[in-house]
Design a protein around this ligand. Sequence first.
Ligand SMILES: [Zn+2]
Length: 396
Amino acid sequence: MINRRQFVYAAAGAELFRRSWNLFGAAADKYDLILKGGRVIDPASGLDGIRDVAVSGGRIAAVRPDISEGSLESIDARGKLVVPGLIDIHTHAGRSMEGPGLVLKDGVTGWIDAGSQGADHIQDVVNVAKASPQPGRVLLNIGRAGILSDGDTMDLSRADVGAAREAISKNREFIVGIKARLSQNVAGTNDYEVLRRAQEVAKAFNLPVMIHMGQTYSSIPKLLGLLKRGDIVTHMFAPPPNSIIDDTGHILPEVLAARRRGVWFDVGNGVTGHLRWDMVEAILKQGFRPDTISTDWGTNSPTTGVVDFPNCMSKYFGYGMSVSQAIACATSNAARVFPVFKNRGTFKVGSPADIALLELREGTFEYVDNYTNKITGRQRLFPAGTVLAGRRIQRP
Ligand SMILES: [Zn+2]
C-alpha cells in the first residue's frame, strides 16, 4: 500500500517518464488527440455510431470503438455529435478579416466566399482567404464592382469579361469559380447575358459558375440551359417569380434534367428573398433534397435567421430530412463541389483532421424564413467545438 503523498509522487513521476519517452520519439502516446465516446457521423462511409476518433500529425488516424492507446490530449465527446468539419460553400466570410475565425468557432473548417467582390476589388477578399486559418476560397462576382445595393450588373458593362479574366489570372489559386447574381433587383433584364458572360470567363479557366436564382427576369429553364456539369444553383428554395417548381408545385423538368447532368442545388439560406417555408415544403415533399446546405453567412448572421451553420442545417428536420442527411449536405457533399476540399468532409483515415463537435438538443425551436414566417422544430444542432488540422480551437 502507498499513502496519498507517495501516490501523487508516483503519478508525477510516471507523467515525467511518459513525456520524456515522447521526447525520444518512443510511442508512449500513440496519438496527439482522441475524441472519446461521441456519436460519430461520417456520411461518406455511412457511419453513424458511438466511436472514438484518434488524430495524429494533423490527420485522422483511427475511428474505432474504445481506442485504448494513449494520446497527448483528449476531448470527452460523450453526448455530442462528432462530424467532419463543416464546409460552407456560400458565405461572405471574405468581406472582413475576422470572418473566417468567427465561422471556425461554429465548426466551419472550409468556406467559399460567393461573389462579395468583382475584378475591381477582388484582392480584398483574396487577402482574407490567404490569411484564413482554415481553407477559404473565392468566387469572383462577374460584376466588376462586386455587390452593389443598386444592382451588380444593372449596368451591363460591369459584366466585364476581360477584367474578370485578368483578375483570375492573377489569383489562380484562390479564385475557384464565378458568381452570377441574377435576381431582377441585381441584374435587371440582363440576367441571361450576364450568365452567358460568366460562362465565357469560366470556360476559359475550367471553373464552375454559381448562379444566385430567384425573382429573375428570365425563366429558370432558360437560365439552366446555360449551366454545365459542376455549376451550382444557390437559393434553391427561393419563391417565385421563377422558382424551381411550377404553379402546381411540381419540380420543373429542366431542374430535374440539370441535376441529372451534374448541376448542384444549394440552399444559400440568407436573409431576404431566398427561403420561404411553403417552397421548402413543396420541394422536399417531392424528394428533391439539397445537394448542399449553406448559410450565405455575413458578420451580422448571429442576429438574423441564419444564426450559424448548425442552425441552418437544422431547419429541414421537420420536413423529413434526417440528421445524417443534413450533415452530408454540409460535409461530404460540399467537399465534392470544389477541388480545394478534396479529401475533406470525411473521417477517412489519412484525411485532414478537421472536426466539428455538435450538440443535438431536443426541445422547441423557432426557425424563421426570409419572409418572417416562423416554424417550430423539435431538434436543433448547436456548435460545440472545432478541431482544425488536429488542433483544438478554443471557443471564447
Ligand atoms: Zn450570397
